[in-house]
Design a protein around this ligand. Structure first.
Ligand code: ATP
Ligand code: MG
Length: 566
């Protein structure tokens, strides 16, 4: 995007977006076709689509032709298995090439993929598979063992397909299970035809992160691909020759919308790393594979900050030209740090599982305002509403809302019609977040509606207090809640984790109070600060304020299926 205003001016999804896709003969739309096959059809079959790096340093390379051939094969397997339109196929796997190939194959066969984060234990897997009515499960021997006890309880489940990559597990196949590699080698994909899905057919079902309560099953349609494609260009600045690295797992929406669809529809090379976070591991990958565009999350950025500049300096990161972040507010301190370390801003963007794709973003061509989530994607109308759901003028905090009808919009909360309906008011989709808008059209995230604190008549977003706290050298992460108070209604209470080399003391607590009081007004600075060894976070890396609050108040912890292990 060269210029935001001209890109936005009069943009029309049908005329200017969908027309850039190939579509299926006969007018259907299939996102796996748009991601992979069309590049082969356009003569780019030899281009590298995926470089996979295993957790032990293994490497595999797949061209777009390889991806097409293998996903066709898995599509043929699916047909042979009897997968029908809208059938739910759950994938419970580490980030292995087989995960991506199977996902594309299921989409090609017209099924709906339900990706599950591999760190889940048995109960979250059971809940989700039963809720969704899963017919098939694709997993690995290790993960199958982890959840063996719950499988008989999923009554709809017909078959389990096991991918024992390179015979890593050394275990025989359990009775009744099918071997992925045998199925693949025996499949006849010569006559395979992509299912004639329409843009309105379901493609993927993601459960939300569970930050605010029980995770919801969000259903998306093939048409979401147009927005993933366009935002890949606009918000991640993807060009055909980029080497792209997205750190998100496909168990969460970022890992499919931007770990698969945006890079592949844009024809770039997608670097996939099986291992988890590690400052050195990430920098090694960027250095070795000459990553140009990097999409990550604030939680990772905060950990990189904690690791300091040593690892940055010992790597050649000069290939990097664009960094973006999503999932939580990106603290201004992180933007400043990014500028210092990488010589470029980290571009924050905002969206949700429900929105399916980026909705509001800082763009390469636009000045980054540290702490702002940027401006709405072309073709998207966003607003800040008052309590009666009427748009408010700039400068005031209120309900963040979007005009429904954007292409990647969820089509349902699975089996929760009332909750779905409750998200729409006066012609707006209510995001559940609070934000403000400035005079120049930039949106500023305040907090989740549930998290906003009302202290002595001041509305305080936890984010601004947290951001002030992490500006202090001792603080690694901060989580802020409102604690009920008989006089002030609520007082601001903060929990912090400390950087290495710092120890908790009453002096440090006092210092932090003074420090935040100077940066924020004393009225909204934390009244209480406690230290934690570990900040409770969702497995997708978001601070779980509701859990901090429940623990503080001695209340039930609620659904903690997405809580990260200590
Ligand atoms: P649940 O809906 O189950 O409580 P969740 O809202 O965390 O969980 P996601 O859909 O993964 O589930 O996350 C979307 C939310 O994450 C947004 O509504 C917002 O609160 C937060 N978020 C995402 N990106 C940003 C960002 N750039 N700035 C601020 N907040 C963000
Ligand atoms: Mg949510």
């Amino acid at each position: 995007m060269v210029d935001y205003d001209s890109a936005r001016d009069g943009f029309d999804w049908y005329r200017d977006g969908f027309s850039q896709l190939d579509w299926l003969p006969g007018g259907g739309l299939n996102n796996a076709y748009e991601a992979i096959d069309r590049h082969v059809a356009h003569g780019h079959g030899d281009k590298l689509a995926m470089i996979w790096v295993g957790k032990n340093g293994e490497e595999e390379r797949y061209t777009y032709s390889d991806m097409k051939e293998q996903s066709d094969r898995f599509g043929a397997v699916d047909e042979w298995l009897g997968i029908e339109r809208a059938d739910k196929v759950f994938i419970f796997m580490d980030r292995l090439p087989e995960l991506y190939i199977a996902a594309l194959g299921v989409l090609k066969a017209g099924g709906v993929i339900g990706p599950l984060f591999s760190a889940f234990g048995p109960d979250p897997v059971l809940d989700r598979m039963v809720d969704a009515g899963a017919r098939f499960l694709i997993t690995t021997p290790e993960l199958r063992n982890k959840i063996a006890e719950i499988l008989p309880k999923v009554e709809t489940l017909e078959k389990v397909i096991i991918a024992d990559k390179d015979g890593r597990s050394g275990e025989p196949l359990a009775e009744g299970d099918l071997d992925y590699y045998t199925l693949m080698s025996e499949a006849d994909s010569s006559g395979f035809q992509i299912a004639d899905t329409s843009q309105y057919d379901y493609s993927i079902m993601h459960y939300t992160s569970g930050s605010t309560g029980k995770p919801k099953g969000v259903l998306h349609r093939h048409q979401a691909v147009v927005q993933q494609y366009m935002t890949g260009k606009w918000c991640l600045d993807l060009n055909f020759d980029d080497m792209f690295f997205c750190t998100a797992d496909p168990g969460w929406v970022t890992g499919t919308s931007y770990g698969m669809m945006a890079p592949w529809t844009n024809g770039v090379t997608n670097l996939i790393y099986e291992g988890g976070f590690g400052a050195n591991a990430y920098y090694d990958l960027i250095d070795k594979y000459k990553v140009t565009v990097w999409y990550t999350a604030p939680t990772a950025v905060r950990l990189l900050m904690r690791a300091g500049s040593g690892p940055v300096e010992s790597h050649d990161l000069s290939s990097l030209r664009f960094i973006a972040s999503v999932g939580e507010p990106l603290n201004p301190e992180a933007v400043v740090w990014g500028n210092e370390q990488f010589n470029m801003a980290i571009h924050d963007n905002w969206w949700q599982t429900e929105t399916g794709a980026i909705m509001c973003s800082n763009y390469a061509s636009m000045e980054v305002r540290a702490g702002s989530m940027g401006r709405p994607v072309p073709g998207i109308e966003m607003a800040v509403l008052d309590e009666d759901y009427n748009p408010m003028p700039p400068g005031q905090a209120g309900i963040l809302a979007v005009r429904p009808g954007w292409p990647a919009m969820m089509h349902a909360y699975w089996r929760q019609d009332e909750m779905y309906a409750s998200r729409f008011k006066k012609g707006w989709y209510i995001t559940g977040d609070q934000a403000s808008l400035d005079e120049d059209g930039y949106f500023w995230f305040q907090g989740r509606a549930d998290d906003v604190i009302n202290t002595a008549g001041h509305l305080v977003g936890p984010f601004e207090v947290e951001s002030a706290l992490i500006e202090h050298a001792a603080v690694a992460e901060a989580g802020v809640i409102g604690k009920p108070d008989p006089i002030a209604m609520e007082v601001v209470k903060a929990f912090v984790t400390l950087n290495p080399d710092y120890e908790w003391s009453t002096d440090l607590r006092r210092e932090l109070m003074q420090f935040t009081g100077e940066r924020l007004s004393p009225a909204i600075a934390p009244r209480e600060i406690d230290v934690l060894d570990v900040m409770p976070k969702t497995r997708s890396g978001k601070i779980m304020r509701r859990l901090l609050k429940a623990r503080e108040l001695g209340l039930p912890e609620g659904d903690i299926s997405t809580l990260e292990d200590d």
